[in-house]
Design a protein around this ligand. Structure first.
Ligand code: FAD
Length: 643
């Protein structure tokens, strides 16, 4: 709920001051407010800080904002948009960094600073050879990405159907209901850029809040009537002669049905097929309840139980602190510890005054989003990029990376100085950024310090009927076994069979080594597109929503290209695809997650990083604003079969 009866002074007391100053520049039109003492300086370990301003400067900014808001509420018009040079200066001031010129356009687009959503598809019918109304696209998945794709196609006037196995929308946020599940990058950036939510109750929303956000999005834009729930795509086969995908779906009743569509868009996600430690000896022999965190058994009461948790990844890091107070004992088995970045706001509510400003002060929400966006994405890119001539310890990949390691290690020392036994186990020996860093509010180490919690680093040798045995021969007794073992992330698109030109199976082509051009298209598979496909994941705390927004714009642009040219099919050129992947592999090898000293789910069995985007994200934005027609082979002009 946005508070309605809050005093302006108390709202301003809760403001993020750099964002407040920039919104004031918009309301007053006065670029002179950008004095040197009002340029933010950040402490990387204190994300909620106020730009390093002195008390005097803080009071000063609040007074300026108060006058600006009062004038605006009294009817003063908003002055024309600041010049590009001023906007760039404002960005520098909020970021506390000199942002390169080529970022300005990208950031203005991402923030929608110019007003209307710049990502809305604009198709001029007169310039199209194919009526978009005669095309039909099939979207697979109604999670964050599939809903977004549907929304954009609706705007473009392209008929579409979304096929979803689950009974509801939300994907990740429908399935992960484990205690403590929440987003680990702030919600005011983990939300669609064009669909802000000013009443998120917390900075890092919990799963029910996120699910509600996506459910509301589907309802608001009337997407549900395009979705067939409880239905699974089993197979999609390209029919070259008809230039159509013949898609076999299994309905909720178990019947099979064929759908014929011009384009197939996979939005099946990367993280929804649980990975079980099924190669462990004795797997399946545990006699008590055993389940994966993504399939949480809410019928199993953990109160007073001995619980064994395998894994210390992102999910376990969130649910172990939640279950420990009720369980009689929790044994946590760790292979590698996670890095975590301290955050004062990880579990805290959004102050009422901040909600009021987000809703009522024009541009405040945009600049607050920018602050989060920059500081959690390209603003920290240097920390996870290797120095080519790095000769330091192998637990870092460069100077900035090593410095950040020292900072985070110091934070862990502060929390566990009284428990050297724990400290010895929680400081990672791989570079920061080798795996997606988690968010540390002190809860993890505090939980490990509890009398009823034990962190085991001895490798597991087998699962026993009543516990878990480790290499030292100890059997750790348990009543309940929980797998916090993550997802089969390298198995892209494994929920279905995709057969392209000449009967070639996508999984055969990939052979466990998924590749695509811009994560979206692959040669031999005309009119087949992917969202959150290979190499579109991010490690430092950016939001996947940003990537999906870029990919969706790109795919919408591809369909527009078909309509503009009247072509029936488009297929990325193999040389373009291959050259792109060479570049990606080379760049990934230099990143913290590509380091030979890191073993993670980002790498497939062959050791190649199939998940991550290795460049600054501005480069993905640049490459996906619109498809380059020269990258594609367009075929079969006109006489498209209508479906
Ligand atoms: C616990 C957890 C926490 C996360 N936290 C963050 C975070 O903090 N920040 C962040 O940026 N990202 C996070 N992620 C990543 C998250 O997956 C993405 O942010 C986002 O939700 C992906 O949305 P999606 O629509 O692409 O995929 P999903 O949400 O996985 O949705 C895919 C949908 O496709 C459906 N589907 C799959 N195959 C078929 C088929 N053959 N037929 C029909 N339907 C099918 C599935 O049922 C599912 O509903 C997290 C992931 C997990 C698991």
């Amino acid at each position: 709920m946005i508070p309605s009866n809050i005093s302006l002074d108390s709202a301003l007391a809760d403001a993020h001051l750099p964002a407040l100053l920039m919104a004031s520049v918009h309301l007053t039109g006065d670029a002179g407010l950008l004095t040197s003492e009002r340029r933010a300086v950040y402490d990387p370990l204190a994300d909620a800080n106020q730009g390093g301003y002195s008390e005097r400067v803080q009071a000063d900014i609040r007074a300026i904002a108060k006058a600006a808001i009062e004038a605006y509420r009294a009817g003063a018009p908003i002055p024309p948009e600041p010049s590009r040079a001023t906007i760039r200066k404002m960005m520098n001031y909020v970021a506390g960094a000199d942002i390169p010129e080529h970022y300005v356009e990208f950031l203005m687009d991402e923030l929608g600073l110019g007003g209307p959503d710049t990502k809305t598809p604009r198709w001029e019918k007169a310039a199209l050879k194919t009526d978009p109304g005669t095309m039909h696209a099939l979207i697979i998945g109604a999670g964050m990405s599939g809903l977004l794709m549907g929304f954009r196609l609706k705007q473009a006037g392209v008929p579409f159907t979304i096929i979803e196995s689950n009974p509801d929308v939300g994907g990740t946020w429908l399935l992960n209901t484990y205690p403590g599940c929440r987003v680990d990058n702030p919600n005011h950036m983990y939300s669609y850029s064009f669909e802000p939510c000013h009443d998120f109750p917390q900075h890092f929303s919990t799963q029910p809040v996120l699910l509600d956000y996506f459910q509301r999005f589907a309802a608001k834009h009337d997407l549900r009537r395009h979705i067939r729930f409880g239905t699974t795509v089993e197979e999609a086969v390209w029919d070259e002669a008809a230039a159509l995908w013949r898609v076999k779906v299994r309905t909720a009743e178990g019947a099979h049905e064929m759908l014929n569509v011009n384009a197939v868009i996979s939005a099946v996600g990367q993280l929804n097929q649980p990975r079980y430690p099924d190669t462990l000896e004795g797997y399946g022999s545990f006699e008590g309840p055993a389940f994966h965190s993504a399939r949480w058994r809410h019928d199993v009461d953990l109160t007073g139980k001995r619980v064994a948790v395998i894994g210390t990844g992102a999910s376990a890091y969130q649910f172990v602190p939640e279950i420990a107070p009720d369980a009689s004992h929790v044994t946590v088995f760790q292979r590698t510890p996670p890095w975590a970045t301290p955050s004062a706001t990880y579990h805290s509510d959004v102050a009422e005054g901040k909600k009021w400003l987000l809703e009522h002060m024009p541009f405040y929400d945009k600049w607050y989003r920018f602050f989060l966006f920059w500081l959690l994405t390209d603003g920290v890119y240097a920390m996870v990029k290797g120095d080519e001539d790095w000769h330091g310890p192998s637990h870092s990949v460069g100077v900035a990376n090593q410095q950040h390691r020292e900072l985070l290690t110091a934070a862990m020392h502060m929390q566990a100085s009284d428990r050297p036994d724990i400290l010895a186990k929680v400081v990672p020996q791989y570079p920061f950024g080798g795996k997606r860093p988690l968010v540390d509010s002190g809860g993890w180490i505090a939980t490990l310090k509890r009398d009823n919690v034990e962190l085991i680093t001895e490798p597991i040798t087998r699962i026993r009927p009543h516990g878990v045995e480790t290499r030292d021969g100890v059997e750790h007794a348990a009543d309940v076994l929980i797998y916090g073992t993550g997802f089969q992330a390298s198995r892209f698109l494994w929920s279905m069979r995709v057969v392209g030109r000449d009967g070639v199976d996508l999984q055969t082509v990939w052979a466990g080594d998924a590749r695509a051009y811009l994560g979206a298209t692959t040669p031999g598979f005309p009119n087949f597109f992917m969202i959150y496909g290979p190499n579109t994941n991010i490690v430092i705390n950016g939001s996947i929503i940003f990537f999906s927004e870029c990919t969706v714009r790109y795919i919408t642009g591809c369909l527009k290209l078909l309509a503009q040219t009247g072509a029936r099919a488009m297929e990325v050129r193999r040389d373009v695809h291959d050259a792109f992947n060479v570049k990606v592999d080379k760049a990934n090898a230099l990143m913290a997650w590509g380091s030979p000293h890191v073993n993670s789910w980002y790498k497939n069995a062959a050791g190649r990083v199939t998940q991550n985007w290795p460049f600054p994200i501005v480069e993905y934005w640049n490459a996906t604003v619109a498809p380059n027609p020269d990258d594609f082979v367009l075929s079969g002009v006109k006489e498209t079969e209508t479906v």
